[in-house]
Design a protein around this ligand. Sequence first.
Ligand code: GRF
Length: 189
Amino acid sequence: MIRIAILASGSGSNAENIVNYFKGNDAVAIPLIISNKKDAYVHERAKKLNIESVTFSKNDFETTSLVLDRMKENDIDFIVLAGFLLKVPENILRAYPDKIINIHPALLPKHGGKGMYGDNVHKAVVEAGDKESGITIHYVNENYDEGAIVFQAKCPVDKDDTYEDVAKKVHALEYTHFPIVIDKILFNK
Ligand code: GRF
């Protein structure tokens, strides 16, 4: 059984989608959702899904071993970042080599890096006049959005699209592909 922790800072719609995808799969458990925001909506979703969710401060992440300790206590094997906005600290990266993945709501290496998250990304895509956007699922290393890319999927950006339109298309791609890609990574499919 592979045990996954999901890290999320915001709404958690991807977290919920991933949990639902693996429901009933005896080879995968998602016992823990970790956030750095105590009022993030992901906690409501976790409650509804009957999954423990905990909050650690930026300081806890950056200067203590509390988060890693909690992962170890929960026998976590694999970590999924789904809208998680802090950098993953060195101690966790070292403890989980090639076991941490992230989803970025654009086609990396375009529109990545510090500050490029959520709507900022979709606004940048529209402002750049890009003809397409999409999702990038990649391994996490010490730099934002620079780990090895596992998967990308594209959607068209039409001339009149607002950033909200782009966000909608990108979210749809996330919901379709992210759980399947996780499944493939976990089981070398
Ligand atoms: C998603 O677009 C994800 O790609 C990005 O942050 C957003 C999180 O949305 N990194 P949600 O919290 O899963 O609803």
